[in-house]
Design a protein around this ligand. Structure first.
Ligand code: ZN
Length: 363
């Protein structure tokens, strides 16, 4: 007698605005359903794994059968398939819950020693109301159990209940309750949440990227010095096609790098006259627009300003305030460090200023 993991992957994804069934949409470089499949395999708790799917998939040593019209039809197909296969317990799991943990599987397995039905649940964190006709009523949220999967059952008992059931059910726990059977509810896992809409998937998919930026400009007399969009009183200014703002140029390259969008030179070719004497804060605009239009957000920016003078400690707050305004991000997401070069080279002789930056963004 052994345990079987049943992966329900035949749902029609009615609330999903995609032509492809959600179980097959890619999440972390593989179809959604493969995540719980891997967890079940890695747990080594199951002699048998059964996938219920309407799309053709094949894996070594794993049975695949066709699903039914509704979820309970799919479960019925799975139970019929497992009949006479000496199964002790079944773990029935929704493929739309990709973050199943081995820890939860082990907890469920342990409880099955003394129970015929074990179901994970979460407490409701929201206040709950329910409606009867037109009247909205309060429900004590401490009495609410939000059930998750895998829902685990003694195979024979579940098989018999299913056999006599004629009604549509949304999960196996409701079939048990309808028949006044006892279920052991154990606390589930918040991370094991169900992906119901495309927004849920996008939320899960949010990924972090990093970009690096570097710039150096020569200092010349009779030019104003701009750093991080701030005019700084100094004996020289930075030579360049634009105002030579090394901080903003490095940030632009860092952001473009994180978004995998080539570099500042591609965006503003220096042989084009219309970019001549451009203020660097105007160069930031198209980058921020791309950031916004492609749902990127800045996590943080770390800056090394490399020069003997001006002293960074004296201009730090002004620059961070300016960058916070220009980038529309909180000041505490920006860090500015000063770095001298022991008076070495042209930077040491105050003939140039360099800057390096790391930007982190999420999509
Ligand atoms: Zn530059």
């Amino acid at each position: 007698m052994s345990d079987c993991f049943i992966l329900l992957s035949a749902g029609k994804s009615k609330r999903f605005k995609s032509k492809l069934n959600k179980q097959f949409l890619s999440y972390k470089n593989k179809p959604l359903f493969e995540h719980s499949l891997k967890t079940a395999l890695d747990s080594k708790l199951f002699k048998k794994i059964l996938i219920v799917s309407n799309k053709k998939v094949s894996y070594k040593n794993i049975d695949v059968i066709k699903g039914g019209k509704e979820r309970h039809n799919s479960t019925q197909n799975a139970l019929n398939f497992l009949k006479n296969k000496k199964i002790k317990n079944v773990f029935i799991h929704d493929a739309a819950r990709p973050n199943l943990s081995i820890n939860l599987l082990k907890k469920l397995k342990k409880e099955l020693k003394n129970n015929n039905a074990v179901v994970p649940y979460l407490k409701s964190e929201n206040s709950v109301k329910y409606k009867i006709k037109n009247k909205i009523n309060n429900l004590d949220r401490n009495k609410v159990l939000l059930t998750q999967t895998p829902q685990c059952f003694n195979f024979q008992e579940l098989f018999n209940l299913y056999k006599s059931n004629k009604e549509k059910i949304t999960d196996e726990a409701s079939l048990y309750l309808r028949n006044n059977r006892k279920i052991k509810f154990i606390l589930g896992d918040k991370k094991n949440f169900k992906i119901t809409t495309i927004e849920d998937l996008n939320y899960l998919k949010s990924e972090t990227y990093f970009g690096i930026g570097f710039d150096v400009h020569r200092l010349i007399k009779n030019k104003k010095l701009f750093l991080g969009g701030v005019k700084i009183p100094f004996h020289s200014g930075l030579k360049g096609h634009s105002d030579g703002d090394v901080i903003l140029h490095s940030i632009i390259d860092g952001l473009l790098g994180a978004m995998r969008k080539s570099d500042i030179g591609t965006l503003f070719p220096s042989n084009l006259n219309r970019f001549k004497n451009i203020r660097s804060k105007n160069m930031l605009e198209p980058v921020l627009k791309f950031l916004k239009n492609n749902n990127f957000s800045i996590n943080n920016i770390d800056i090394n300003l490399i020069c003997e003078n001006p002293k960074v400690s004296k201009i730090r707050n002004k620059i961070i305030k300016s960058l916070s305004n220009l980038l529309s991000i909180n000041k505490n997401l920006i860090n500015l460090k000063g770095k001298t070069v022991e008076k070495l080279g042209i930077i040491g002789k105050e003939q140039a200023i360099a800057c390096e930056v790391i930007c982190s963004v999420s999509k």
